[in-house]
Design a protein around this ligand. Sequence first.
Ligand code: CMX
Length: 201
Amino acid sequence: MVFLSGFCLFRWEGAFFLVFVFPFPIKSCIFVKFLWHAVSGVSYSFCDEKLHNNIHYLIKSRKLIMKISRIDHLGIGVESIDAVLPYFENVLGLKCYAVEEVADQKVKTAFLKVGEVKLELLEPTSPESAVAKWLEKGGKGVHHVAFAVEDGVAEALVEAEGKEIRLIDKTPRPGAEQMSIAFLHPKSTAGILTELCEPQK
Ligand code: CMX
């Protein structure tokens, strides 16, 4: 802390200089304070580890955030598609336009459209299926939310992993309706089993 006060006259190289100095700690002067904060703020920002990591990440990935264009579908886990379809068709007036088995996931799927969004009814075809285990543990209704990714599921997975999201699938795999899909673990996605998808190339 430096204490100075009043005007000070001094001579340098034949010229006289009058300097006003402050009667309080030099760091309290508004101008000095401003400079201090500006310099220390900037240097703090550059040292901030998170920012540094983000910049590093941005440089590495050359993008900021994955582009989600819409909700592609809601996956709804059911014991039996035949048992619930009358509700969706006869009460809600929706139309089932496709039934497909996804052997890889050990599920039978039925698709209905609601505007742009689809409902995917999921019926397990084996007790080993993830949906069967979920139903067995008391799961009901919406099983997962699927987001359509515009700029590539593979790239989105790299980005999500870089942001410490737990991946179920490290790389995209084929899903129903000729989609390329990958799941993110609900433990790191606010409890929502999250699917990223895009049409297969
Ligand atoms: N939504 C939210 N949380 C879920 C969940 C779901 N659908 N399924 C499981 N969990 C939670 C469980 O409640 C459990 O939480 P707690 O530890 O707090 O109890 C945790 O995740 C672990 O669950 P688990 O029963 O021990 O089951 P696993 O770890 O063996 O598997 C999961 C969970 C999500 C990794 C597995 O279900 C999976 O790989 N899912 C992705 C594949 C899939 O669901 N395919 C079917 C759809 C196919 C398609 O659309 O084509």
